[in-house]
Each structure stands twice: as C-alpha cells, then as structure tokens.
Design a protein around this ligand. Structure first.
Ligand code: SF4
Length: 482
C-alpha cells in the first residue's frame, strides 16, 4: 500500500492512522499513476479529497472543512474521516481506535488533568477516538491503580538504569543493540570496567545534586550473560556508589536460563536485587527453537525453581503473543504453565516486528487474528489474582495491540511505571543507555550514550562530557526542593 499526501501542513498523523491498517505502508513523494493499491490525500482550500484504491476497488470521500479551522483541528477532522473510511474499506476495527501514541494510560491521566470526569474521558476515547470498550477499561483500570503510586513521586527522585548489551544468542525478533557473548567475548571485561567507572561518575553527580534514588534496573540484553565474577563486581560498585538500602526496588533481568546459573542467581540475591525477571517468552520448545533460543522450557522451570530456593521472592516472567509457529492453544498453555509457577508479575508482550530483527515483516498479516485471541487468554490472569498495572504500545506491533504487565497485589514493578509514565528522571549507564530528565513542569531532556558496546568504549570521553548536561538540567530547576 502506498500513501501520497499533497497540500497538508503535516502528514504525520494521517500517515500513522493509515499504518494502523497497513503497517508496512510506503509514503511516496509523487502521485502513484501506475494504479497500485494506494491512499491519495489532497488538501484544497475548503476541503480535503481522500481516495483509497484496494485491488481495483476505489473509494472516494470529500471532507469539508469549517471556515475558521486551525491546523490541529484540521488534522483531527482528516484523521477521523480517514479512520472511518479505512475501517469501511478493510472491514477491520483496530481495538485502540485511531490512537497512535504509545502511552494510552498517560493519555487517560492527562484527560483527567484537563478537568474531564470519568464519563467524559470514556466518551472522548470511545466516541472521538474509537477505542474499544475493552481497551478503554484496561487503560482506565491501570490509571487508577497507578494514581497513588505516582502521587508519591518526589521531583528530586530518580531511577538508575544499567545496560548490559550482551546475550548468549540472538532471538529472531530482537531489534535491540545487544551483542552475542561469543562474538563479543573480548569486549565484555573492558565494558564492565567502563560501566563501573560511569556508575561512579553518576553516583558522585547524584550526591552533588542531592538526588534521591528510588529504583534500580539492570537490563539489556541479558545481564546474567556476563560472568558471576563480573556481575559481583558490578553490583558491588552499585552498592558503593548509591544508597541501595534506602531504595524501593532493585530489579535485575535474569532473562535467559541458558546463562543464568545458580551462582549468578545467588550473587543477585547477595548484593541486593529485590526483583528479578526470568523470561521464557513461550513454554513451547518448538517455538523456542524457532526464535533462536538455545534452551528448553524445562530449563526455564528449573531456573525459576532455583531462584525461589535461593530466596528470590519477587519474580517477573515475560511471555510474547504472536511468536512464529505459536498457536492460540500453545500460547494459552504457556500462560497456564507460567501461572502455575505463581510469579509475582507476568508481563504479556505482543510481538513487534522491527527492521533490525531477522523476522520478515510479511509474517505479520497472517497472525493478526491469532494474536488478538492470544491476548484474550489473559482474562485467566484475573481469576488467578493478577491485575494489570502498566501498559504500553509500540510501533510495528501485531494488530497494533499492547504490552501489559500484570501483578499480584502489592508487587507492581515501580521502575516500569516510572519509565512508561515519564514522571521522574531515569539516569542511564552503559551502551544504548538513554538518560531522561523530567522537570516538575513536565519538560523532558534526553542525553544518549553511544549505542553499541565498542562505540561506547571508544568514545567514553564523550559519555563523560555529556554528564555535564545532567548538572545543567538540574541547575535550571533550583526550586525542586521547595
Ligand atoms: S534475550 Fe532479549 S535482548 Fe537478548 S537477543 Fe533475545 S530479545 Fe534480544
């Protein structure tokens, strides 16, 4: 499908509305005269003409504009008409309606902050944005659960993210910067050294700026892909640079059982991790093989069992709906298998197809029906006492569905909420780390580290220099304590 836009002030929103129906849609600069499947949108003085050709069937609409209309209102009128037209042409009704943003819960919160009551929020989302009742309830329920948690966030609080961009092998759906431990073996030791150096710098800076650490998240990649000794050194450094005893949550991803040994699980416990994540993605050996994992479902169960025996009493497990070769029944079995273990959190992702992954994009359309059914299996989670506590969407996700974290009462993963709702600063260390500073007025400033481990090591002086941006940011907000 091709999209041709002419005369609009901005094509960003209409393009994203069209992508809800054709995720691989191509934006073209010239009018497609050779009659391919295409959407053509042309703005005139008082109206917009919108034509859609699908398999030789042409649908056409003239959208009239009011006399006095600003750019924002014009965009909303166009997107609303386009969305309804594309629903008619395709027979599809995206469950998140014409919402293209990745944070629906944040949108609900901001509508309340604008003064809407519950009924007005519901009406706006279902009637103006065409969100399904089921998705509306999910977003509103999560917003309510998060309200008291977010009310406690202090402007000088922050979370620390530490990136370990190495994995034992590459999963076929992965688009992260992660390197496999085999090909990057020589990089790991110098990387850990530099990372500890950067943590020292962030620790000193956070003390100087009087910032209060609330949560730590060691993610990746797979943090347990480094050796037990390197993990020990890293966590010791964290303990020496930050007041870990006073924080609310310390998560380490121990995602893959093919590198998470009992010794490493013991190190995590000994050095203060309060929450770990063991991520099967599926409990089907066939699907695990298809995505390039070198472990079995039994390895996941064994890893979980060892973690429990070592005292890990807050464990998250990730599943992905829509993996190659998986079926609705298979996904349902994986979900039941994970629920039977009783982890404190279960996070259900919908497969996202990104160009940097090895999965072909053509995989997507065939799985549309299945993935929605897979997610509907998650109703079993509420019978087992889990409630949804955070949620986000990503571009390129099958059927534009969402990723949802479920929790047993009292175990909400705070870091996940903080980062998704952008309510406080996240200082990041390591390759691919993205520091995001949040001011009391909601203003956000980002500082990026170099993406790949080798770049990070070679350009570490730049990483150091960029830390000045953190001081400059907090220097602007001297009244944070008032
Ligand atoms: S474990 Fe995660 S980060 Fe590592 S290759 Fe697989 S998807 Fe990517």
């Amino acid at each position: 499908m091709k999209l041709y836009l002419a005369g609009l002030a901005s094509g960003y929103e209409p393009e994203h509305v069209a992508r809800l129906f054709w995720p691989t849609l191509q934006l073209v600069k010239s009018y497609p005269t050779h009659r391919p499947d295409a959407i053509v949108i042309r703005k005139h003085k008082m109206h917009i003409l919108c034509g859609v050709r699908v398999e030789s069937q042409v649908t056409f609409q003239k959208i009239l504009l009011p006399e006095q209309v600003d750019k924002k209102r014009e965009e909303t009128i166009l997107c609303t008409a386009l969305f309804q037209m594309l629903c008619g042409v395709t027979g599809k009704r995206p469950p998140w309606g014409m919402l293209t943003g990745v944070r629906p819960v944040r949108l609900v919160r901001s509508l309340y902050q604008q003064g809407m009551n519950e009924e007005q929020v519901a009406n706006h989302l279902t009637k103006d944005c065409f969100v399904s009742k089921e998705k509306l309830q999910l977003a509103m329920r999560i917003e309510k659960l998060q309200r008291p948690i977010l009310a406690q966030v202090h402007p000088r609080s922050f979370s620390l993210y530490i990136s370990i961009p190495f994995c034992p092998s590459r999963c076929s759906y992965c688009s992260f910067v992660s390197r496999t431990t085999g090909e990057s073996a020589k990089l790991i030791e110098p990387y850990v050294e530099r990372l500890c150096e950067e943590l020292n710098a962030i620790g000193s800076l956070s003390q100087k700026l009087n910032l209060k650490l609330e949560t730590i998240y060691i993610g990746g990649g797979t943090p347990t892909a480094i050796s037990a000794d390197q993990l020990r050194r890293l966590m010791k450094t964290v303990n020496s640079c930050f007041d870990v005893a006073g924080i609310q949550e310390y998560t380490v991803e121990a995602g893959r059982p093919d590198c998470t040994t009992p010794e490493k699980l013991a190190v995590l416990k000994e050095y203060g991790a309060t929450r770990i994540s063991i991520n099967p993605q599926t409990l089907s050996d066939e699907v695990l093989r298809a995505i390039g994992r070198r472990h079995t479902a039994q390895d996941v169960l064994d890893c979980f069992d060892i973690a429990r025996k070592l005292g890990h009493n807050n464990i998250n497990m990730d599943l992905i709906a829509g993996l190659p070769l998986d079926t609705v029944e298979g996904f349902s079995r994986s979900l039941s298998g994970v629920m039977a273990l009783g982890p404190e959190n279960i996070t259900v992702h919908t497969l996202t197809l990104k160009r940097a992954s090895t999965l072909v994009e053509d995989h997507a359309p065939d799985r549309y029906a299945d993935v929605a059914k897979m997610l509907s299996c998650c109703s079993a989670l509420s019978d087992a006492g889990y409630v949804p506590y955070y949620m986000y969407r990503q571009k390129g996700t099958l059927q534009n569905l969402e990723n949802t974290g479920y929790t047993k009462p009292g175990y909400s993963g705070l870091y996940n909420i903080y980062i998704m709702e952008e309510v406080h600063t996240i200082l990041s260390a390591g390759a691919g780390g993205s520091t995001k500073m949040v001011a009391p007025d909601g203003h956000i400033k980002r500082i990026f580290n170099h993406k790949y481990p080798l770049e990070y090591l070679r350009c570490y002086d730049v990483v150091q220099q960029r830390k000045q941006g953190i001081e400059d940011f907090y220097g602007q907000y001297v009244d944070l304590d008032s």
